[in-house]
Design a protein around this ligand. Structure first.
Ligand SMILES: [Zn+2]
Length: 235
């Protein structure tokens, strides 16, 4: 058997493994585990964002309260002034001014009230998110992991058998080829072995140089300079 033929057998067997892996990856158990993992991974960042938002709300609230107190001080001044006013014109002036200030105070009070409600709501959301995160870590994750492990175990024997077959085939393949194949497989450059069928284009659409074509014809197998696939040419 030529190196190419052995490598093709290796790939064919590997495709069986790929099918099993894809089946496991597409399973509900795997999807659930991914969802839970994803949630747990993103939780700290999500909580940070919520905390930062809450901090901003508190800063705004402090400013509003400060303004409210300041305007209350203005009101005291106006009341003092109004008490000292003697003529009608002055009294009317203070009255108008006081009305304006009272209106301002009512507006700010309203804003403070709204903001306090928003803060209360965001605190509730934060607490819920925190509770949910803990529940995910303590209950959901172990449950999802156990379900997934069970699913994997069902396929484990099949996977072991295919891996053993691959190891058996690899024994006779000269050093370097299988390692190269496995590297590309890990990078998900599939299929690793590609038949250019008399063409001079690889699967990746990369053009083969004269040197590569010469190499290919000499060895029966070559490496694409663009994607690293092992290419061969059937006629
Ligand atoms: Zn290529």
């Amino acid at each position: 058997m030529t190196v190419l033929e052995m490598l093709l057998r290796y790939q064919e067997t590997d495709m069986q493994l790929l099918r099993v892996e894809r089946e496991i990856n597409a399973s509900e158990e795997r999807k659930r585990l991914s969802r839970v993992r994803n949630f747990i991974q993103k939780a700290p960042e999500r909580l940070d964002v919520m905390e930062e938002k809450a901090f901003g709300l508190h800063v705004t609230l402090d400013k509003l309260r400060y303004n409210y107190a300041r305007i209350c001080g203005e009101l005291d001044e106006l009341e003092k002034g109004a008490g000292d006013a003697l003529d009608e014109q002055s009294i009317a002036y203070y009255q108008k001014k006081t009305e304006g200030v009272l209106h301002n105070l009512a507006t700010i009070r309203n804003e403070i009230h709204k903001l306090e409600k928003t803060i209360e709501q965001s605190k509730k959301e934060y607490d819920e998110m925190k509770k949910m995160t803990i529940q995910m870590q303590k209950t959901e994750y172990p449950a999802a992991k156990a379900e997934y492990d069970k699913k994997y175990k069902e396929k484990e024997n099949e996977i072991k058998k295919i891996r053993a077959d691959m190891a058996e085939i690899a024994k006779d393949i000269p050093h370097g080829y299988v390692e190269k194949y496995n590297t590309k497989r890990k990078e998900k450059v599939l299929p690793v072995l590609f038949d250019i069928k008399g063409n001079n284009m690889c699967f990746c659409n990369g053009d083969l140089s004269q040197t590569e074509l010469f190499d290919l014809d000499k060895k029966g197998i070559a490496e694409c300079a663009h994607c690293g696939r092992l290419i061969y040419r059937s006629h």
